[in-house]
Design a protein around this ligand. Sequence first.
Ligand code: HEC
Length: 123
Amino acid sequence: MTRWMLLVLALAGCPNDVPLFGPPTESTCPTASPLTYENFGKPFMESYCTRCHDSKLVGKDRMGATSFHDFDTIFGIKAVSEHIDFTTASGPAATNTSMPPDGDKPSLEERRQLGEWIACGMP
Ligand code: HEC
């Protein structure tokens, strides 16, 4: 492998290359969306987000996660749902992948479902 190829791989693997906020995904809500907080939002946040974004975590346990961006309750999610769309969701206009910054990542289908659930008003 050439030095050039190693450099490309190193850059591609760097999460700091992704801007924190992408564009709105412009997701829409289909008439029969099955997604709810109980069957989608809560398990999604617990799988990928509340390790850092949890109202019970303080100081360095948040690993830098922004204050007042706590996703352990539906109220916390609704308060900043646009920012969640800009960082994490996928839709017709964009796929945003800056969150989570490391660890287990949601699949593209899960990101699409997140955009749909937000567009539906997070029932
Ligand atoms: C490993 C810890 C960690 C995890 C897991 C994580 N985040 Fe973050 N999050 C951060 C950090 C650190 C920042 C601040 C980044 C910055 O300012 O550049 C942040 C910032 C954000 C912001 C922007 C806050 C603002 O300024 O408005 C949103 C929205 C967000 N995260 C959503 C999520 C969502 C949704 C998930 C789950 C899919 C998630 N994060 C998972 C650490 C994390």
